[in-house]
Design a protein around this ligand. Structure first.
Ligand code: HEM
Length: 440
């Protein structure tokens, strides 16, 4: 009667891995009355995301997150989504990104100062929550015009409560409306209320201060192309806060974890940082010369793609890899498995950043590497996220050696993102690094 529901509920990630390992690149399974299709071949991704995006809407999981994200860009479809993308992409154009990169220095400096004091005491930090605070601080100060210092931890916790609630509903046998006062609903409602207040505060501050900024909030409030309702503005603010913090934070957490396990990769990173930066704080102009730093991140999100699963719902009957997909079915594109597919990756489970260097003997196969999705709904913040991750890793690598915490085994949890289930504890040891005269 319930199909694979309990197994999915117990551990989504291990269910997906086992099914695809045992049954090939396309697997159909049931969860209660629903039939779902798990897919992991590059051709499947191309079919759904690039060749026929009009046949699919955003799917399961994202749909459950609607109380949080409403009709924001991550969850919306059709003409609404196309208009919103067009309206918002100006906040990410190349010139603006260079400015944003410069503004990231302040948030990075605050984080490093916090670490200096904490590491002095204990030497061990939960890198996952530290990175969440960093990425929220960066989003607040660069895109949303709000200072989240001191409250980023609480905001991240509220997002975690609501996304876990949404993910659990995906496999719930009975879905009680949010208005029913169960303990889980009450927790989710309280977190949603605080997030709503944050979105309000962002808009109020902007209206009170006049709009001289050129960020995401100004694109949302500008009348160009028709005024947005206050609900739509709220939905986009919370969408960008979620999509823009959790993904980059997870990227940085897993990258640090892999560096701690691979001292030779870390040594090469330190060599590049010392050579290119000579003790200066990393800046956007340095990015073209930080090719190893970037390759380390690219390889980390191959092994631990923050968006590990891309869900869609079929709007019409379709056929993929010989499977008839009736309209209304859920299709799950497994990025995690695509990135470790033995037909497309040699030593697929090993951490080998060299694969992503321009001079590598062979380049990743077309369509086998999609950390940012593909097609008309690919990530809008991919360049923002990569720039932030590279500058942050450079700033951390300049100052610290990372080592595993012997008592802690990080484990990926297949939630809305692939976050570390119980945080990610690492030991940090200060490096001796060259200091230049000016802004080091
Ligand atoms: C390393 C960091 C990131 C990764 C791996 C990532 C990954 C993704 C992926 C795979 C999608 C496609 C989802 C789908 O097709 O349903 C997506 C969508 C999106 N991302 Fe990112 N993302 C990252 C950073 C960011 C940042 C920093 C922002 C904003 C500042 C952002 C904003 C968005 C938005 C708004 C969408 C929805 C686009 C649409 O549906 O049209 N992302 N992201």
């Amino acid at each position: 009667l319930i199909g694979s529901l309990l197994e999915v509920r117990r551990n989504r990630l291990s269910f997906v891995l086992r099914e695809l390992r045992e049954h090939g690149d396309a697997v159909a399974f049931r969860m209660g009355p629903k039939r779902l299709y798990l897919l992991c071949h590059p051709n499947h991704f191309r079919h759904v995301l690039s060749d026929h995006p009009e046949r699919y809407a955003k799917g399961i999981g994202l749909a459950e997150a609607r109380p949080l994200l409403g009709d924001g860009l991550l969850t919306s479809n059709g003409e609404l989504a196309a208009a919103q993308r067009q309206r918002l992409q100006g906040a990410f154009h190349a010139e603006r990104l260079r400015e944003i990169g410069g503004q990231m220095e302040r948030a990075l400096t605050s984080m490093l100062e916090r670490w200096r004091q904490a590491v002095g005491r204990t030497g061990t930090l939960d890198i996952a929550s530290e990175m969440q605070e960093l990425t929220l601080d960066v989003l607040g100060s660069t895109l949303l015009g709000i200072d989240l210092r001191g409250r980023a931890g609480a905001v991240a916790a509220d997002f975690a409560v609501v996304t876990r609630w949404a993910m659990r509903r995906m496999t719930a046998l009975v879905k009680l409306p949010l208005a029913v006062p169960t303990p889980a609903n009450l927790r989710a409602r309280a977190a949603l209320r605080r997030l709503d207040q944050l979105a309000d505060e962002i808009v109020r501050q902007r209206r009170a201060g006049g709009d001289s900024a050129h960020d995401l909030v100004s694109s949302l409030l500008a009348a160009k192309g028709g005024r947005l309702s206050s609900k739509q503005v709220r939905d986009e603010i919370l969408t960008f806060l979620l999509a823009g913090h959790e993904t980059t934070a997870t990227t940085l957490a897993w990258t640090c974890h892999l560096l701690a396990l691979h001292p030779l990769v870390e040594q090469r990173l330190h060599g590049e940082l010392d050579r290119v930066l000579g003790g200066r704080f990393p800046a956007p102009e340095d990015l073209p010369r930080l090719s190893w730093t970037k390759a380390v991140i690219e390889e980390a999100i191959r092994l631990y793609p923050p968006v590990w699963m891309i869900p869609r719902r079929a709007l019409v009957d379709d056929c993929i890899a010989g499977h008839n997909i009736p309209a209304g079915s859920d299709v799950l594109l497994s990025v995690y498995t695509l990135h470790r597919h033995p037909s497309f990756w040699e030593a697929a489970d090993r951490f080998i950043p060299e694969r992503f260097l321009r001079e590598a003997a062979s380049q990743p196969a077309a369509g086998a590497y999609l950390p940012f999705g593909t097609g008309p709904r690919a990530c809008l913040g991919s360049r923002f996220g990569m720039m932030e991750a590279t500058l942050a890793l450079a700033a951390v690598g300049q100052r610290y050696h990372l080592e595993p915490d012997p008592g802690h085994r990080p484990e990926p949890e297949g939630s809305l993102t692939l976050r570390p289930r119980r945080g990610l504890l690492l030991r940090l040891r200060e490096r001796r690094w060259p200091v230049s005269g000016d802004n080091a």
